[in-house]
Design a protein around this ligand. Structure first.
Ligand code: ACM
Ligand code: ZN
Length: 768
């Protein structure tokens, strides 16, 4: 007897190696079906379809042949099968056209004799086959469980962006990413082809775009934000671009897998690579050299295309002609993000253009610039996409699709209210450059965390959205910026497994999402990725600690985003093992201790070992009074920060010029020294303070100075990333200790971030 269709509680099958092909008896455990993304409906049947090396596949229409051929090829490659295509009525696997189904939808019906796929067109057939592939075991017997799946995507736009400008990912790696995307039913690959750091697409009419624009200097051992700008004439070693032949191959490889490749030519900013090649296209007032930037650029990133020069428009039309010829996509992305207007404000040509067009400010000049290009693209029958800064000007280019990225992507809503379609790729949730787990264990990158769970739990449609806004939402995109990638393995690490969560969030209706089921499917899928030579991150198994002062003690919470693991810990300096105490609730600590913990499943350690000492001193767990601080409690929580100032163990202040805080030691007592933990991170302008004054008080009202630190001028803006303790020795008796800090101020001209305000961070105040 068949079960009825269940939307939420789906009976689960296990496609395991040990599973026989006998029809299931009632007492047998149900095998688990691992599918990502989870289909909208699954009805589990009885028995299995036994695949054989000669299972035949029926083609109802010649247009289906390429899609079926891919499946036949995969069966040959993965299993050594020699499946043949035959006419539908004789086939074991039958494809039936059902025009009542929506585009991309499919019904996959597996019984003991046949597999039947129904869909309106090729995309549905392709997606049914992807589900079927995930149902197939990896070894003989080749049984597929009897099942009926009725499936359709939540969103039409299910995208991944790869920044191939910062790190040039070679063509073959891109093809592998396309393979993975297609298995997960992701259907848009947005290629960020151009930026300050490289121009990655051959344009025949302008060969210097690649002969100059795809090459840059190297800064060995320096992270992206620390890299200095190139000097004129400096030799360039790092290079790479896609030839037009490569692009055609990528586009057709993707199209065969139901993926549209959307090119982005980022304009008018993020254009130093293009302007290094064709410097006449920048504003004539630019007073710095132009080169392909190896890092952030800072002042150089202000160099953008001139909006008042007609040659710029004809140049870009010519570039776009070749781009549109190579990419048959519905959409062409023209960027629009982070355009600094410093030079437009000073440029006589830009100002003349504003006067001529009755434009009163530079934001609207950008609106004009983008609209000129958008009109050109529209005249060729394509649609334009831009980042959410396009909403800064009064008029958005007609019909432009806006990508919401800043914060939670809310700027895109302004566009949606004006009737523009939007795609959500909010930095706080879907920027895959961010840390995907506890930062102690992660390679260095930017910003905060976007864990696998953050991506999985992301819900683009907010409660306060009107139905008019919701209707404008085309879908979502995970965006991978590659500032910190040096190898293709780095790209894979950031993409996987978060791409799986992205796929399910984009495809599956929220009511069918289930974190626990998804994790099981993820484990299964990661094995498949391993077979493809991809090493996914295991950050989801790592433990995040949080140590918070509470009533004069410390509460230590240990958390892992996977509920299906056990956290075991030790306090005696030994490594955690499957028999170590089980963590069930926060631990209370009131002395020196080293906490070690790890996650376990079936007696097997899954994550890395977390190990950190808590050093108890006179300030530990004492209350702190301060204003405008982020994470002030970390100053007295006994735990030291890592080399990542975003790891949640560092305290900072909104006011970067100065700050002060008072620690209440709870009773008057002798104190003889203070150590203050600082971090220096040159690339992001985090530096030791210029001056620190320590004051003491018995009553909390009258403070007297007891020690001072003054940084030598030469050490103020030190290069590199390092931690140091600033120590103050004295003899005093006090209950209250006040620390007054003056920041290092503005980064000097020789700094990688000249003119930028520096910041200061402390992780701990140690009082003895
Ligand atoms: C962006 O992150 N600048 C779109
Ligand atoms: Zn100009």
């Amino acid at each position: 007897m068949r079960e009825t269709f269940l939307s939420i509680s789906i009976r689960i099958f296990l496609v395991s190696l040990a599973w026989s092909c006998m029809p299931l008896k009632a007492a047998q455990p149900s095998p688990t079906i691992h599918l990502i993304p989870q289909p909208q409906e699954i009805q589990v049947g009885e028995g299995t379809f036994l695949f054989s090396p000669s299972t035949t596949i029926g083609v109802a229409h010649p247009s289906q042949q390429p899609v079926i051929q891919l499946f036949v090829d995969a069966l040959r490659r993965d299993f050594g099968f020699t499946s043949k295509m035959v006419s539908t009525d004789q086939a074991d696997i039958r494809i039936i056209t059902d025009s009542s189904l929506a585009d991309e939808s499919y019904i996959l019906d597996v019984d003991t004799k046949h597999i039947t796929i129904r869909s309106a067109g090729n995309s549905g057939v392709f997606y049914a086959i992807q589900s079927l592939r995930q149902l197939m075991p990896t070894q003989s017997p080749w049984c597929v469980p009897a099942v009926t799946i009725k499936d359709s995507p939540r969103f039409g736009y299910r995208g991944v962006m790869i920044d191939v400008a910062r790190f040039f990912t070679p063509k073959d790696h891109l093809l592998q990413i396309i393979d993975c995307m297609s298995m997960l039913k992701l259907n848009r690959l947005h290629l960020h082809l151009t930026d300050d750091n490289g121009w990655r697409i051959e344009i025949k009419r302008y060969p210097r775009l690649t002969s100059v624009g795809s090459k840059r200097v190297v800064r060995p051992g320096k992270l992206f934000p620390e890299r200095r700008n190139p000097e004129p004439g400096e030799p360039v070693y790092e290079k790479g671009f896609y030839t037009q032949t490569d692009i055609r191959e990528i586009v057709s490889y993707a199209a065969a897998r139901q993926i549209e490749v959307i090119p982005e030519i980022d304009l008018p900013a993020h254009s130093n690579a293009a302007l290094a090649a064709y410097p006449a296209l920048k504003c004539p007032v630019v007073d710095q050299p132009t080169g392909v930037l190896p890092g952030l650029g800072v002042a150089r990133a202000k160099i953008i295309f001139c909006a008042g020069n007609d040659s710029v428009y004809s140049f870009l039309h010519n570039v776009l002609d070749e781009v549109m010829e190579l990419f048959p996509s519905h959409y062409i992305h023209i960027g629009g993000d982070e355009a600094d207007k410093t030079y437009w404000k000073r440029c006589p040509r830009c100002q003349a253009r504003m006067k001529h067009e009755h434009i009163t400010n530079e934001e609207d000049l950008q609106g004009y610039f983008m609209s000129q290009l958008a009109q050109y693209i529209r005249s060729k029958g394509r649609k334009v996409i831009g980042w959410d800064e396009l909403t800064n000007s009064q008029t958005l280019p007609e019909g432009a699709v806006i990508f919401g990225w800043r914060g939670m992507g809310q700027a895109a809503l302004k566009a949606a209210r004006q009737g523009h379609p939007i795609v959500m790729t909010p930095a706080q949730k879907l920027y895959l450059i961010r840390y995907q787990g506890p930062q102690r264990f992660e390679p260095i990158t930017y910003f905060g965390n976007n864990t696998l769970k953050d991506v999985y739990d992301y819900e683009p449609v907010q409660r306060d959205w009107t139905s008019a806004i919701t209707q404008q939402l085309l879908g979502i995109q995970g965006s991978l910026w590659t500032e910190f990638c040096q190898t293709t393995a780095d790209v894979d690490y950031l993409l996987f497994p978060r791409m799986l969560a992205l796929a399910e969030t984009a495809w599956t209706m929220p009511v069918h999402k289930d974190w626990n089921r998804f994790l099981k499917a993820t484990d299964n899928y990661c094995e498949q990725l391993g077979n493809m030579g991809i090493v996914p991150a295991r950050s989801m198994f790592n433990i995040q600690e949080s140590v918070v002062p509470h009533n004069g003690k410390l509460q230590v919470a240990l958390d892992c985003i996977r509920p299906d693991v056990q956290i075991r810990y030790t306090l005696d300096g030994t490594p955690p093992s499957p028999t170590s105490p089980l963590y069930t609730s926060p631990l209370e600590v009131s002395t020196d201790v080293t906490i070690q913990a790890a996650t376990f499943r079936d007696n097997h350690q899954e994550g890395e070992t977390l190990s950190f000492p808590i050093h108890w001193n006179k300030a530990t767990a004492c209350p702190i009074k301060t204003m405008g601080a982020t994470l002030p409690y970390t100053l007295t929580n006994g735990v030291r920060g890592t080399m990542k100032y975003t790891d949640s163990e560092w305290c900072s202040w909104n006011n970067t010029d100065s700050a002060s805080f008072i620690i209440d030691l709870q009773r008057i007592q002798p104190i003889k020294y203070i150590r203050l933990g600082c971090i220096n991170n040159y690339g992001v302008a985090v530096h030791r303070p210029a001056q620190i004054d320590v004051l003491a008080s018995k009553d909390g009202r009258k403070f007297r100075p007891i020690a001072t630190y003054q940084c030598d001028e030469a050490d103020l803006f030190a290069d590199g990333t390092f931690r140091e303790d600033l120590s103050f020795a004295f003899q005093s008796k006090a209950r209250y200790v006040k620390i007054q800090v003056r920041g290092a101020g503005i980064c000097p001209p020789s700094h990688v971030r000249p003119g930028q305000k520096s910041r200061f961070f402390f992780d701990e105040v140690i009082v003895e």
